[in-house]
Design a protein. Structure first.
Lengths: 95, 393
């Protein structure tokens, strides 16, 4: 039956899909939350001030998400980039 | 004579790529338009640019569209031409009805139908059709839906208790980024399919050696331009169904849905699993409705959509077969000319029909009141709902 349904590819797509497709937006949401919490903490005086620690962590999270996405796009484009720029990255094929 | 047929086939292939673009704009941009993260015109422009870039990025030749599905020794120019006509006609009909059906299925259906008309059922590799087309069509919306459901649930869990107005800006940026990724993924996937078809036509004509692995640059450029132009025109009818019809979508859901879509599309092309971007996007959007606590999903509409998916292959195959009979009976360049004229006439008729209840960038986001036709259009003209996709009460 496996010739009719490519189980091998399916489970890989499901597992990696969950890690990237559900994991990254969740990480991003944690960043959004920390940013929202840190950005406007209302103190005793009633004046909003920034709380640096959560904001810093959220910035780090956004950076991680951005790096992950950029790496993924470069990975997809690696052969194209290699062929037209001569820069071979992430295991691009040499032609 | 044959040269004329080659030119006609390439023109029709580029035309198919154009319909592919505007039929599928909604896959990437429907949720961003619906939540207001992007203005409609800005959304389609962004999507067009990302599709254009995407079409260049991946160099994996998608001759897979025909390889493994039909006996490539039996492929003729007439057959490819007829198959493309089948794909275009089905894309236009489903666009008129606002149904996000698969452009890849339309194309494959058209080619399979033309093959059956040409040599009979033995020209089709049925096992390949099941494992490369039909099984993925069943599985990919389920996988995408599951990933989007879990993603949406986790995203809402992560921001629980934080007032919405403080998270909205962040999620809108997330949505714009993720929608751009889906557009990029779409360009790498779908533009490749048409490139594969033109490549196939060139090989069958003998203009390109069958040992060649890369299509000529002009093929890549024209396909990229056609899919980008189509995307920019914006299939507003399909965008409306996906963005407003299925689920009343919010920015966090939109972001989760698009991350799921982009991940699944890119992963599957990496693992050599062919699937339809439309099936993935629709599954993801449904999943984002399931994953948000308390969200409403219009399952009736989803069911009618699934029904349309089921008939996409046979319907496009029928049009492909009829076109093949006509083109082949007349023969050669004249046959292609007649086939082309019929295609143009039919396309014009469908376009005129769509003008009776137009959906465009100004009314795409109106509330979903029982059907595709926006309430303002219904009120102004008293037009009947433009589609069969009417919500059951």
């Amino acid at each position: 039956m496996s010739a009719w349904i490519n189980y091998h590819a399916v489970w890989k797509i499901l597992v990696f899909g969950l890690v990237v497709g559900a994991g990254l937006p969740t990480l991003f949401a944690v960043g959004v939350r920390l940013n929202a919490e840190g950005a406007s903490v209302t103190g005793d005086t009633g004046v909003a001030h920034r709380n640096r620690v959560p904001v810093a962590i959220s910035s780090a999270i956004f950076a991680v998400v951005l790096i992950a996405v950029t790496t993924a796009v470069l990975y997809v484009a690696r052969d194209f980039l290699g062929q037209y720029t001569g820069v071979y990255i992430l295991g691009a094929k040499h032609n | 004579m044959l040269e004329g047929l080659l030119v006609a086939t390439i023109v029709v292939a580029v035309a198919f790529d154009f319909t592919n673009g505007f039929h599928d704009t909604g896959n990437a941009m429907a949720t961003s338009i619906a939540t207001g993260a992007l203005k409609p015109k800005v959304a389609v422009a962004l999507s067009a640019v990302m599709n254009l870039i995407g079409a260049f990025l991946s160099t994996a030749v998608a001759a897979t569209i025909a390889k493994g599905l039909v006996d490539s020794h039996l492929v003729t120019l007439e057959l490819v031409f007829a198959g493309l006509v089948g794909g275009i006609v089905w894309n236009l009909v489903t666009w008129l009805l606002g149904i996000p059906s698969s452009s890849s299925h339309a194309l494959i259906g058209g080619i399979v139908g033309a093959m059956i008309a040409a040599v009979g059922a033995h020209g089709v590799i049925w096992k390949g059709l099941v494992s490369n087309v039909i099984a993925p069509a069943v599985l990919s919306p389920l996988i995408a839906g599951l990933v989007a459901t879990i993603g949406t649930w986790l995203v809402y869990r992560a921001v629980r208790g934080v007032p919405e107005k403080r998270t909205n800006t962040g999620f809108r940026y997330g949505q714009i980024g993720s929608a751009s990724l889906v557009s990029l993924a779409h360009g790498t996937n779908d533009a490749q399919k048409t490139m594969g078809v033109i490549f196939l036509a060139l090989i069958s004509y003998g203009a390109v050696s069958s040992t060649e692995t890369m299509p000529p640059l002009w093929v890549i450029v024209s396909c990229a331009a056609a899919i980008a132009a189509g995307t920019y025109i914006g299939g507003w009818r399909v965008i409306r169904t996906l963005g407003k019809g299925l689920v009343d979508i919010q920015s966090p859901q939109g972001m989760a849905a698009e991350c799921s879509s982009a991940a699944i599309i890119l992963l599957s092309s990496h693992f050599g699993y062919s699937l339809s971007t439309t099936h993935v996007a629709t599954g993801s959007i449904l999943g984002s409705g399931v994953g948000k606590p308390g969200a409403k999903v219009r399952w009736g509409l989803a069911g009618r959509m699934a029904a349309a998916w089921l008939i996409t292959l046979p319907s496009a195959a029928l049009v492909g077969a009829i076109t093949y009979f006509i083109v082949h009976a007349v023969g050669g360049y004249d046959g292609a000319t007649i086939g082309f004229a019929l295609l143009v006439a039919l396309s014009a008729a469908i376009w005129l029909r769509s003008r009776r209840a137009p959906v465009d960038s100004t009314n795409v986001n109106e509330e979903w009141e029982g059907g595709l036709t926006p309430p303002s259009v219904k009120g102004a003209t008293g037009a009947e709902p433009a589609s069969t996709l009417v919500d059951a009460p």
